[in-house]
Ligand binder design. Structure first.
Ligand code: MG
Length: 385
């Protein structure tokens, strides 16, 4: 199988490449793209010998051209070249693990070129779900989730007779770093305290987002688009151990779930090899060693960003793009000390309240909503209103 890995130097990108490394003969890497980490891009290019490597801009690309002068690899730089990389024809599957809104257009380019999309970028579906769905329909595309929860839902639906038999989706949440805490205990939380996650090793933004439950909110909206289901039929359940990765409840009350040790290799690999499964070394789940699996309702009074996400998810227009952008901006301001931790949710609500949703949005409408939300948070909310 021929792969394009968009965002190869990030957490999902490097884990994708380690799956390739662990399964000699199964995959070839045709394209890798990264941002500014030219050192790692060089190492990856030498190891996996792709035909095309893309970096953030011309400066990085020139640096890479010099480093890779002894190899027969095409090197490009800049935003447009990432789209070109996404559409690279000699490849079957594009892993989209680019961070942020920058994932939308490469995903669309990959869909247009007829590739399977293994999607690890949340913003693509959260902000542009309607646009992506339209494009998938038009080009007969296939989009598979890489996120552990969505992969679990996808796996739980395999073999289902008919979609009408789905009663609800049960989306599990680890509860984050501040599980059990109340709002007034969280006001003085520092970035360092919020950066600690016990079960998963993730990037900074995702770690903060899982502590505020914004991450779960984004995942609800993602699930709504992925599985064509009303957001009110997605139930979030706090499950501290991260062993049951999510489930589907059917009309006859059967609950089918996927369990496993917390290991991103499984959902990444399954998105690549579906419908086949391939062995993964280590990290077997020993059920006898996880006797205490707990499930409970989320505390939506403290972590009310989850309720805001639901509201955003009921709107099929631009409100979810606002939810996403306002959070991104607020997290950045929190990390730089300009907002308090509890103001992250307040800032999201502030931006959402001020937004007039555009129904059936174009990409331009979505980018406009994104910009407007960032401005509302950075200038009006943080700047003293
Ligand atoms: Mg997740």
């Amino acid at each position: 199988m021929r792969l394009t890995v968009l965002g190869s130097t990030g957490s999902i990108g490097t884990q994708t490449l380690s799956i390739v490394r662990d399964n000699p003969g199964e995959f070839t890497v045709e394209v890798i793209t990264g941002n500014r980490n030219t050192r790692l891009l060089e190492l990856q290019a030498r190891e996996f010998k792709p035909k095309l490597v893309c970096a953030a801009d011309e400066t990085c690309a020139n640096e890479l051209r010099t480093k890779l002068a002894d190899m027969d690899i095409k090197v490009l730089g800049g935003k447009e070249s990432i789209k070109e990389a996404a559409a690279f024809e000699n490849s079957d599957t594009a892993v989209v693990s680019v961070v942020g809104m920058a994932g939308i257009e490469p995903t669309l380019a990959a869909i247009r070129s007829g590739k399977r999309i293994a999607l690890a970028n949340k913003e693509t579906l959260v902000a542009a779900g309607a646009v992506i769905k339209k494009s998938l329909k038009k080009y007969g595309g296939e989009l598979l989730p890489v996120d552990s929860e969505h992969s679990a839902i996808f796996q739980s639906m395999l073999g289902m007779h008919d979609r009408s038999e789905i009663k609800r989706i049960i989306l599990t949440a680890s509860g984050g770093t501040f599980y059990g805490k109340k709002l007034d205990e969280l006001r003085d939380v520092t970035p360092d305290q919020a950066m600690h996650n016990p079960n998963w090793d993730m990037g900074a933004k995702v770690t903060i987002d899982s502590s505020t439950l914004v991450n779960k909110g984004l995942e609800m909206i993602e699930a709504k688009w992925l599985f064509d289901i009303d957001i009110d039929r997605i139930k979030v359940v706090v499950h501290r151990q991260s062993i049951l990765h999510s489930a589907v409840e059917f009309t006859d009350n059967a609950v089918i779930a996927q369990l496993g040790a917390p290991d991103m290799r499984l959902p990444i690999q399954f998105a690549l090899t579906y419908p086949k499964r391939m062995p993964i070394r280590d990290n077997e789940l020993d059920l006898c060693k996880c006797a205490d699996l707990t499930f409970e309702e989320p505390d939506t009074e403290t972590f009310y960003a989850l309720e805001l996400a639901k509201k955003a998810g009921r709107d099929n227009g631009t409100l979810a793009a606002v939810f996403n952008a306002a959070d991104e901006e607020a997290v950045e301001l929190f990390m730089s000390g300009r907002l308090k931790y509890t103001q992250i949710a307040e800032a999201i609500e502030y931006a959402m309240d001020r937004h007039k949703s555009v129904k059936n949005p174009s990409l331009e409408d979505i980018y406009e909503a994104d910009k407007e939300a960032r401005r509302a948070v950075a200038e009006d909310f943080a700047g003293g209103k």
